[in-house]
Write a protein that binds this ligand. Structure first.
Ligand code: PMP
Length: 334
């Protein structure tokens, strides 16, 4: 019989698929890695497993332990399912502006969600960072993984995401394109691919960061943007600036328009950071030839963004599209 011992064993091993429509006029092969096929629905399952397993090995998480992290997004889902399978409780700290639906997802996995007060400075003990520090210290057996600084996060990508891409492309990948939030993906995957290809006749893999316009990683000043999960307004420990060779700033409008094209033309319903990565990947691929292989990592599914990126009214209200007349009625032009 062919089955996994636990859902945790199904994390990783995601497939690559070629883009065929949005790549019109491009000679290079453009492949995308579908991280929404992880059991928790995002790339963050990978770091969740490694952070918890490393904490167990180091004796920081013991039977009866409690995982405490300030997150309401994909990392929370990954931690919730891995913690549950390994017999730990999980408590997530979030802020009121986070959609009720995201909290409900975490609670559905059996996790506890604490909502801190709104409008509190990051340094305050009442910020969601502050509350999570306090809970991790006060709850018996509490452990805070801290995805922004935990070396297990980039290591999980060095050990899994990077080797998977190298093997699946049979060592022919020429460019890796990824968004960076905590930086774990670019640091771990990029470092592995550059090392493994260092002596290759065609030269090492080039690592490209796709960054929201306004984020510090591509020279911005931390100006706000709508695309979620990527970009930062401060530099964070797990982002190694030595790994990327190029950075491309991408606007929200470009990212969201690409999400809609990926859904309608490629059958890929993916989130804003995936639209961002593909936009940058196509900009890179335009300059390349038929022997080049560009791989973009798509971190999560579009299901979590149906009320935003895939909602015409939300797009219009936020200035990302306009209603145009067509022969059959009206449609959103993005
Ligand atoms: N996209 C989404 C949707 C994410 O949640 C994250 C994680 N913050 C990323 C991209 C970026 O990944 P990383 O934190 O590894 O840089």
């Amino acid at each position: 019989m062919k089955y996994a011992q636990s859902v945790v064993d199904l994390i990783g091993g995601t497939p690559l698929v070629r883009l065929n429509s949005v790549t019109e006029g491009i000679e290079a092969t453009v492949l995308v890695k579908l991280e929404y096929l992880n059991p928790g629905g995002s790339i963050k399952d990978r770091i969740a497993r490694k952070m918890i397993e490393d904490a167990e090995a180091a004796g920081k998480l013991k039977p009866g332990g409690v995982v405490v992290e300030p997150t309401s997004g994909n990392t929370g889902v990954g931690l919730a399912l891995v913690a549950q399978q390994k017999g730990y409780r999980a408590v997530f700290v979030t802020v009121p502006k986070v959609a009720q639906e995201k909290r409900d997802v975490l609670r559905a996995y059996g996790a506890d969600v604490v909502v801190g007060p709104a409008g509190v400075a990051a340094e305050s003990p009442l910020s969601y960072y502050g509350i999570s520090d306090q809970l991790a210290a006060e709850i018996p057996g509490g452990y805070k993984p801290d995805q922004f600084s935990n070396p297990a996060a980039p290591e999980s990508h060095y050990e899994t995401t990077g080797p998977e891409i190298w093997e699946d492309t049979e060592g022919r990948i020429t460019h890796l394109v990824v968004g960076a939030g905590t930086g774990g993906t670019v640091t771990g995957t990029g470092r592995y691919l550059k090392e493994v290809s260092a002596d290759r006749a065609t030269g090492p893999v080039k690592v490209v960061v796709a960054d929201p316009d306004g984020s510090v990683y591509s020279g911005g000043e931390g100006r706000p943007y709508f695309v979620e999960g990527v970009g930062e307004d401060v530099w964070v420990p797990n982002y190694d600036p030595a790994v990327p060779d190029q950075k491309h700033a991408v606007t929200d409008a470009e990212s969201f328009a690409m999400c809609r094209r990926l859904a309608t033309e490629e059958g890929l319903l993916v989130g804003g950071s995936s639209g961002l990565a593909v936009t940058a990947a196509l900009k890179v691929a335009q300059e390349l030839g038929p022997d080049d292989v560009v791989v973009a990592v798509l971190p999560d599914s579009g299901r979590g963004y149906l009320a935003k990126i895939f909602n015409d009214q939300w797009m219009i209200d936020h200035g990302f599209g306009e209603v145009v007349s067509t022969s059959t009625g009206t449609e959103l032009s993005v």
